[in-house]
Design a binder for this molecule. Structure first.
Ligand code: ADP
Ligand code: MG
Length: 504
């Protein structure tokens, strides 16, 4: 159904330096919180916003002798994500300890999967405009624990710690350095977010930190990237810096742009880039050094002796694969093909899974184009204006569908439909019931319309002369009749009658 080959790759972003052009090379490590009620190795709740330290089991608090127990649902979620990214699923994976001290990680190490991740190579197609897309390869996805939260601004003398988040399951999704510009980087994160929301494996809430990205940036001269691609030899690329913990699409773009320019300035000055971890400061719009980059061996990784290697069965993976929802690219293609929607409208309707579900409920058994028109132009327009979302929409899919049905049956005109929409928006209620009770039905009774037409023609002899001389002016009568009928006269019938009565 999907023709992933029928797009062209966008041009890489080029920054002109004082000594020629530079290109950007970007790879992302995205941390996505797995949507799950319980943590990765304990039964404690993952509820956001709970009373501090209320969702902490003995395992999360690292009490001596406590043992982690893998949460099967989290594993299934990681597998589902891998399948959604068309990735290889590794039937055997294993957990390793990454040793470091954080006040909000009481174990003194993070359980992660360095050597044997659960998911191997996959890909994400990132749309960059009509017919233009970037294929970004996924290197791996591994599961790991999140840390808790240290709070330094509650007291002048003390710091506090909230362990609610400690041990919550994360997926780290590592891309190849296939991203070639700031817009592509944010579009890539947006696409990952979209796919995971469709899959129900991560809610994608960036404000709450449920989706955040470490952004690796380097710069090179034109031609270097192609040499890297041919040989797989990273020495053709520049040294990278990593910008940690970005949780805003806008800041990702700004940080990459700033970081690339910083590196170019150093290189053109004859200096060299030091591989390090940097932080983005949105207030100043710049990145600054946080620490020099650690190597894997700095963490003294070793297989976690508390956890056996994770063996999953192909049949279990197949069952998950058999239960996958339709993904955004497929849904979009179907809306275009089966409902005749434009690429643009299909893109708008599938951008978010909640919107897509709402639209599908409206379109079910109705004309897709009419449904798209009402959802995009009337509903989304109105929601935007009021700062609401589809989840908080005062009009349900059933109600909007009811409005469209009344138009389809010729019971109300498009103009009355908009009034009806307004009434339902503010007062709620059943569309057909409201139309009935308030006498909003369109008048298709020719006799009734005829009387109004006659009346208006009789009252405006001068206009009649003009219209007879220039039939285009008959529209004035149509308008008058519609107005006199309170918008309830059937416009097609009025048109016909006016032409007939004026003898045009
Ligand atoms: P580490 O384990 O040190 O974090 P990885 O090899 O896992 O390093 O790479 C981390 C991320 O950095 C990956 O997303 C990768 O694509 C990206 N990356 C690697 N080299 C470069 C480079 N030269 N420029 C930009 N990104 C890079
Ligand atoms: Mg890494």
């Amino acid at each position: 159904m999907l023709d992933h080959l029928s797009f062209t790759a966008p041009q890489p972003k080029v920054i002109a330096g004082a000594r020629g052009d530079w290109e950007l090379v970007i790879g992302l490590e995205v941390h996505a919180q797995i949507a799950s009620k319980a943590k990765l190795f304990s039964g404690a709740s993952t509820e956001f916003g709970a009373e501090p330290n209320s969702n902490v089991s003995f395992v999360d608090a690292a009490m001596p002798g406590m043992l982690p127990v893998i949460n099967e649902f989290c594993v299934a979620q990681a597998v589902r994500t891998g399948l959604g990214l068309k990735a290889a699923i590794n039937l055997r994976s294993a957990f390793d300890r990454k040793n470091y001290f954080y006040p909000d990680l009481p174990q003194g190490y993070q359980i992660s999967q360095l050597y044997h991740p659960i998911v191997g190579e996959g890909e994400v197609i990132v749309d960059m405009g009509p017919g233009i897309a970037r294929r970004v390869r996924i290197e791996r996805i591994h599961m790991e624990q999140d840390a808790g939260k240290s709070i330094h601004d509650m007291d002048p003398d003390m710091s506090f710690v909230d362990l609610n988040r400690t041990g919550v399951a994360l997926m780290e999704i590592v891309s190849r350095p296939d991203i070639r510009g700031p817009e592509e980087a944010s579009a890539y994160v947006a696409k990952l977010r979209q796919i995971m929301r469709y899959l129900g494996t991560c809610d994608g809430n960036m404000q709450n930190g449920n989706l955040r990205a470490d952004v690796n940036v380097s710069v090179c001269k034109p031609g270097d990237y192609e040499r890297f691609q041919e040989t797989g030899d990273f020495s053709h690329l520049g040294t990278r810096c990593e910008i940690k913990n970005m949780n805003s699409l806008r800041f990702i773009q700004a940080a990459i742009d700033h970081e690339a320019r910083r590196q170019i300035a150093i290189l053109e000055d004859g200096g060299s880039i030091v591989q390090e971890t940097r932080l983005y400061d949105p207030d100043r719009g710049e990145t600054r050094s946080m620490r020099s980059k650690e190597e894997a061996h700095d963490y003294r990784y070793f297989p976690d002796p508390d956890l056996l290697p994770l063996d999953i069965e192909q049949a279990w993976v197949d069952a998950i694969a058999g239960d996958m929802p339709e993904l955004p690219d497929e849904k979009k293609a179907r809306f275009v093909k089966e409902m005749g929607l434009s690429e643009y409208d299909a893109g708008v309707l599938t951008a978010d899974v909640e919107n897509a579900n709402y639209f599908e409920a409206v379109a079910q058994g109705r004309d897709g184009k009419a449904a798209a028109n009402w959802v995009i132009n009337e509903l989304f327009g109105r929601l935007n204006k009021e700062g609401l979302t589809i989840e908080t929409s005062p009009i349900s899919a059933a109600q909007l569908g009811g409005v469209i049905d009344l138009i389809g049956k010729g019971e109300i005109s498009g103009k009355i439909a908009k009034e009806l929409f307004e009434i339902i928006w503010t007062e709620g209620g059943d569309p057909a019931g409201i139309v009935e009770a308030r006498g909003m039905k369109q008048v298709t009774d020719i006799g009734a319309i005829e009387a109004v037409v006659d009346q208006i023609i009789a009252a405006n002899p001068a206009q009649v002369e003009k219209a007879r001389a220039n039939p285009k002016l008959a529209g004035w009568f149509v308008g008058q009749v519609l107005k006199a009928s309170g918008g309830k006269a059937n416009p097609a019938a009025v048109n016909q009658l006016v032409a007939k009565k004026l003898q045009l």
